[in-house]
Design a protein around this ligand. Structure first.
Ligand code: C5P
Length: 315
């Protein structure tokens, strides 16, 4: 075992992500889809407390409302598994097995990122569990080892480990760091309905319309990623999932319009949805857009951040 020193409690801030543009390509032999997207860490975050204990892993989840307006969607709250399926426990067991870790941990998760919204909340928690447990036990992991373990847990988990701004390709796990030319603020609207990502990909497969655009979208993303990235340029790549919304199309269009009427720009789905994000005008704190917004969706105001995880050691 590579653990050093006495185990210590650790607190990890696990930030949400948004997708600034998301182009989906063909389905691969392994069932995953090729994609090109700019991942961006934002200030909305869950908090994971890791308290070492002699053996076994436990998890307690507490929900804390973080919306500036409206309630967090009940569907998103109910969708967070507190049992063995939770990504925190899966991440802990994965690290413990691979590194022959003898000790256990009690995890306490304060959940603020809505689930099934395309904000990468579960992935952020998994990344926090990997990094937090490693720090608690002094397990040394190279960046490469961390990212490889993360990829076993989900397509978005490698980005949750590295954070900041990155062009994601492959199934989302191939990451190239990108320089964000200017920090920005966003408003995020989370509707009552949530999205099952696997089903959203299957809906795209049935339509197949996106495949004609894939080559051009991939090239545009690669060109955009070469210089300092501007959020509005990346968002103009669009989001392929908007082409396969089915009966939700009208609901999405109306929400987009209401966000634009309130003053947000470049409004798009993040991930496979259901959250819809829009940029706030430069120098705008968001209060005005929130006040003007007509609707019952939960609203969050966030800033772009340079990291996905923030480890805070406790002695
Ligand atoms: O990797 P993750 O567990 O987050 O993916 C959830 C599901 O979304 C996968 O089982 C797969 O069906 C689909 N997916 C995909 N292509 C990707 C990422 C996810 O088809 N690039």
């Amino acid at each position: 075992m590579s653990a050093v020193g006495r185990p210590r409690p650790v607190v990890v801030e696990a930030r949400a992500k948004v997708n600034l543009g998301l182009a989906v390509g063909p389905r691969r032999g392994d069932g995953f889809h090729e994609l090109a997207t700019f991942f961006q860490s934002v200030s909305l975050a869950d908090t994971l407390v890791v308290t070492p204990r002699p053996r076994g892993f436990t998890l307690r989840v507490r929900f804390e409302p973080a919306a500036v307006r409206g309630a967090p969607p009940a569907a998103g709250v109910a969708a967070v598994p507190a049992g063995d399926d939770n990504l925190v426990l899966r991440a802990a067991r994965l690290l413990a097995t691979r590194r022959a870790l003898r000790g256990g941990a009690a995890f306490s998760l304060v959940k603020r990122i809505p689930a099934r919204a395309g904000l990468g909340g579960g992935s952020a928690d998994a990344a926090a569990a990997l990094a937090g447990l490693a720090a608690a036990y002094g397990v040394r992991l190279s960046r490469g080892e961390r990212v490889a373990l993360a990829a076993e847990l989900g397509s978005d988990v490698p980005f949750a480990i590295t954070g900041g701004t990155a062009l994601g390709r492959g199934r989302g796990e191939r990451l190239d760091r990108v320089r964000l030319a200017r920090p920005f603020r966003m408003v995020i609207a989370v509707p009552e309905w949530g999205v099952d990502t696997a089903r959203a990909f299957r809906a795209l497969d049935r339509i197949r319309k996106h495949l004609t655009q894939w080559g051009a979208n991939l090239r545009s993303a690669q060109i955009l990623g070469r210089t300092g990235l501007l959020a509005h340029r990346a968002l103009r790549l669009g989001n392929t999932f908007e082409t396969a919304l089915g009966r939700r199309r009208g609901t999405f269009d109306r929400l987009k319009r209401r966000l634009e009427d309130a003053g947000a720009t470049d409004v798009h789905l993040t991930g496979s949805g259901s959250a819809v994000v829009g940029l706030l005008p430069d120098g705008h704190a968001g209060a005005e857009v929130v006040r003007r917004f007509q609707g019952t969706e939960a609203l969050y105001v966030v800033r772009s951040r340079g990291h996905g995880l923030k480890l805070i050691g406790r002695s």
